[in-house]
Design a protein around this ligand. Structure first.
Ligand SMILES: Cc1cc2nc3c(=O)[nH]c(=O)nc-3n(C[C@H](O)[C@H](O)[C@H](O)COP(=O)(O)O)c2cc1C
Length: 220
């Protein structure tokens, strides 16, 4: 399949590993990912993965290295990921959270879609209001106005009425709300299997091929 541009934003909800795994699959499928990371996301990843997300001024190669190692070292080393090689045919650009000059801030820059993974309630609320106060919010707003795929992967429990109404509003505006909510009918045996369930559904919505989980009714 032809290489596409995808924006991958990481915010400060729990579940940094979902983003790393999604980056691996998109890069392996040969796509170009545009990374944007919030300040809170860096704190959460440090805590959850024992891993330092590359800085805003890091190179694409730094990101490739990080993506290839973050799930087999540190805290995630025990989670059961076995196929984390860094033989990526795609590539990576890195954008600062305040860099409104980045291509992904404009509708004229073509992408195949944007994923915010995981998506905090704070970022969800800002997008629902159209604030565009940082590059993640602006790029999300661009995807909505251009009617391109925008997938939000929220993580919070329980959900307040405010969060539920924000999600409803965003769904009406064209976003896909795809909660970090793994199923169990594929009989997960590890944390990796649970993460792969959510990443697989995300890739399905981006029309990106993967073989992360067996599909329902596929033979054993
Ligand atoms: C360890 C940790 C876990 C967090 N988990 C969540 C979460 O699951 N969902 C959420 O909405 N916020 C969570 N937060 C709070 C967000 O990081 C915080 O609201 C932040 O302002 C979000 O900013 P951002 O949207 O710019 O990333 C967490 C914070 C920390 C330190």
């Amino acid at each position: 399949m032809k290489q596409r541009n995808f924006v991958l934003a990481i915010t400060g909800a729990s579940g940094s590993a979902y983003a790393v795994r999604l980056a691996q699959i998109l890069l392996r499928a040969g796509h170009h990912i545009h990374m944007i990371v919030s300040r809170a996301a860096r704190q959460v990843a440090q805590h959850e993965l024992d891993a330092r997300i590359p800085a805003d001024d890091a190179s694409g190669d730094d990101w490739l290295k990080f993506t290839g190692t973050a799930l087999t070292t540190g805290a995630a080393a025990a989670w059961g990921f076995s196929d984390c090689s860094d033989d990526f045919s795609g590539n990576c650009s890195v954008h600062g959270i305040s860099d409104f000059t980045a291509g992904v801030a404009s509708g004229s820059f073509l992408t195949g879609g944007m994923v915010i993974c995981p998506c905090s309630m704070g970022t969800l609320s800002a997008i629902a209001c159209g604030s565009s106060m940082n590059l993640i919010q602006r790029s999300a707003d661009v995807h909505l106005k251009e009617r391109r795929p925008l997938i939000l992967i929220p993580r919070e429990t329980p959900l307040s009425l405010v969060a539920l109404e924000n999600m409803t509003r965003l769904s009406h505006a064209g976003a896909t709300i795809l909660p970090a909510m793994p199923g169990f009918y594929h009989r997960p045996e590890s944390i990796a299997d649970c993460i792969d369930f959510v990443v697989a559904r995300t890739c399905d919505h981006l029309n990106v091929e993967h073989s992360l989980v067996r599909r329902w009714s596929e033979a054993d």
